[in-house]
Design a protein around this ligand. Structure first.
Ligand code: ADP
Length: 434
């Protein structure tokens, strides 16, 4: 379909296949990957570990030749390492014996740029990533976020047309990651770097919605593209805006393989027509344990009847856990097997904070949680007496069950940092949205 590709396409992959063989075993790491990255685009690759993201980046940068298929760069077949592309890795290897300035300068020196031009350019790059004043510092004197900034400055010193980012923020703490994302977006959207396109591998759904113009969703076994989502929200994007949340939900839905039937299954909220579905009474740590266990298995699947023995929990609890996993889109149950969805796998692999974010997005759509949050949003000072909610729930459930449902709502909501609860005063608060 080369004729339908616009002229400004920078990178074009057609029917790319990567097979790895070890002994007798043939393993398809990438199956029929078709992807075009055009000038001006920021594209994110999202998917669970093992879906071939790193393999794809190596193929795109020319570090590896695919078993089959065509890789074109500016319309020409890629031969050897792509001189127009650079990768920024999760943790950037800086030379510990060189200062910030010398680390950046070295990248320019490697490109054969004369010393008099280098100095000015290095200083300018250091300034642009926000490290002004740290030119003479050594890597050991810098925080993780600052070291990663030196990494960005070095990558940009090469002035790559195609900047490839391999989970560049995942090793940083929450605040440094967010500020570095903001700084990169400023450089990119402000047009102050010569980079023509960015391709970022990520595990973090919200991060891709925050930054990318297009999200390419991948799945594994075999590694392949399963969907694409365009994000048309103007920058700077607001995480709390309805538009942002709508796209986040859409991407989650794709990873969870969401179907129409699932929405029906969720039931309705109290006061609405229809059945209010009770929440399975499980601890989140147990649910995480189940997902982590499944993530370790081949094909991420297990017979449900084997779970009680494997996980050392009683059968009725296993049923509550599988119900919760299904309700949240982390797994599906078919013919007596439970199988993780890509979303469940993403959760199992995520950091504590990312797990909370995934969990929050999933439970916000449960009718009971939606209802509780709406009640709190409209309450004076966003706080309600436990008793008020309890009374309302008693119209839907028998008394003891109402009590348990409320406990579960509070536990889940607290974990997701959507609500907080004061035990002594029996008050439920809405966490303030910043
Ligand atoms: P991701 O970056 O999405 O985690 P990778 O590209 O690293 O995925 O790997 C995709 C799959 O290919 C994995 O199952 C991995 O074990 C396998 N794989 C990667 N590199 C090799 C290799 N050189 N030889 C054999 N198998 C490999």
């Amino acid at each position: 379909m080369a004729s339908s590709i616009p002229n400004h396409s920078l990178l074009q992959l057609s029917h790319v296949q990567q097979i790895y063989t070890s002994g007798q075993r043939r393993f398809t790491a990438l199956q029929d990957v078709n992807l075009v990255v055009s000038e001006g685009e920021f594209v994110a690759l999202l998917g669970p570990s093992g879906c071939g993201k790193s393999t794809l980046l190596r193929i795109i940068t020319g570090l590896q030749k695919p078993s089959e298929g065509i890789v074109l760069y500016r319309g020409q077949p890629l031969k050897g390492v792509n001189p127009h592309a650079t990768i920024v890795f999760q943790t950037f290897a800086l030379f510990p014996w060189l200062t910030v300035f010398e680390n950046v300068d070295l990248a320019l020196k490697a490109r054969g740029i004369p010393a008099n031009i280098r100095t000015l350019r290095s200083l300018d790059l250091i300034d642009r990533v926000g490290l002004d004043g740290f030119e003479t510092a050594y890597p050991r004197e810098l925080s993780g976020g600052m070291r990663q900034k030196v990494g960005f400055a070095r990558a940009m010193a090469v002035e790559p047309e195609l900047l490839c980012l391999d989970e560049p923020f995942s090793a940083l703490d929450v605040l440094s990651a967010e500020s570095l994302r903001g700084e990169l977006m400023e450089l990119w959207t402000g047009g102050s770097i010569p980079t023509k396109a960015i391709l970022m591998v990520s595990h973090n759904i919200e991060e891709t919605v925050l930054m990318a113009d297009r999200i390419v969703v991948m799945d594994k076994e075999p590694g392949r593209i399963i969907a694409e989502v365009r994000v048309e929200i103007p920058h700077p994007r607001q995480r709390k805006s309805d538009e942002f949340q709508r796209v986040v939900d859409e991407v989650y839905g794709m990873l969870a393989g969401q179907t129409q039937a699932e929405a029906v299954e969720l039931g309705t909220a109290p006061g609405e027509q229809g059945r209010t579905r009770a929440l399975p009474k499980i601890a989140i740590s147990d649910l995480a344990g189940l997902l982590e266990y499944l993530a370790e298995l081949p094909e991420n699947r297990q017979d449900i009847y084997r779970l009680p023995e494997e996980l050392k929990v009683d059968p009725s609890h296993v049923l509550s856990l599988t119900e919760a996993a299904e309700m949240l889109g982390f797994a599906y149950v078919e013919k007596g097997d439970i199988t993780l969805t890509p979303l469940g796998e993403t959760f199992a692999e995520a950091s504590i904070q990312a797990r909370k974010e995934i969990f929050a997005t999933r439970i916000r759509r449960l009718p009971l949680m939606r209802w509780l949050i709406a009640m709190l949003t409209h309450a004076e000072n966003h706080v309600l007496d436990r008793e008020v909610i309890h009374t309302a729930l008693e119209l839907e459930f028998p008394q003891e069950e109402a009590e348990k449902q409320l406990d579960t709502l509070i536990n889940w909501g607290r974990y997701a940092e959507l609500i907080s609860y004061n035990d002594d005063k029996a008050l439920i608060y809405l966490e303030t949205l910043s």
